[in-house]
Design a protein around this ligand. Structure first.
Ligand SMILES: [Zn+2]
Ligand SMILES: [Zn+2]
Length: 178
């Protein structure tokens, strides 16, 4: 998927310096350039639905970001297709009008009458990726010894693993103190 940075720009000249004005948005956005997620791949455009609101401090973007992801099941490594969502509430400011002490995230700026959503998309998406995705809640996982997928077959290894763990603990036991 090739996309230029301008695809993630939203023109907002109609809202600037008009506190109280707002516009609903439903945007399909390309994945931010160079975005790499841990153990996940974005499989389609991101979608941002919500409202851009003109406020005294700038423009407030409120809405929901959704992204289709391909992940690996944390137990059996099978591909999992999942759409994740994240709530977004971010203030974009005109850097020329913000005083230096204001607590504004760099990257959330209004530049040349447009919002650059690149940073917002990254910041919202990264924490939305599931930490331990599962293909299903009761996924049985893989056997750590023989690799058998316990969702489809059983093996005889389970007891052996438990036994060898106990044996390792035996070895750590302190000698009798007599
Ligand atoms: Zn699984
Ligand atoms: Zn096994």
């Amino acid at each position: 998927m090739t996309a230029s940075r301008s695809d993630r720009l939203v023109r907002v000249t109609d809202l600037l310096d008009r506190p109280g004005a707002s516009r609903r948005v439903d945007l399909a956005l390309p994945v931010p350039g160079g975005l790499v997620l841990d153990l996940a791949e974005v499989t389609g455009p991101l979608r941002l639905t919500g409202v851009i609101e003109s406020v005294v401090e700038g423009l407030l973007v409120r809405g929901t970001l959704t992204a289709p992801l391909r992940l690996s099941c944390a137990r059996c490594l099978r591909d999992v297709e999942q759409t994740v969502g994240a709530d977004v509430v971010e203030l974009f400011s005109d850097p020329d009008e913000v005083d230096a002490d204001a607590d504004v995230d760099p990257g959330y700026e209004i530049v040349d009458g447009a919002l650059d959503l690149d940073t917002l998309l990254r910041d919202a998406l990264v924490p939305a990726v599931p930490y331990r995705p599962l293909c299903r809640e009761d996924c049985q996982g893989l056997c750590a010894t023989c690799g058998a997928n316990h969702n489809v077959e059983q093996c005889d290894c389970t007891d052996t693993i438990t036994d060898s763990r106990w044996l390792a603990l035996e070895g750590l036991r302190l000698p009798d103190a007599d």
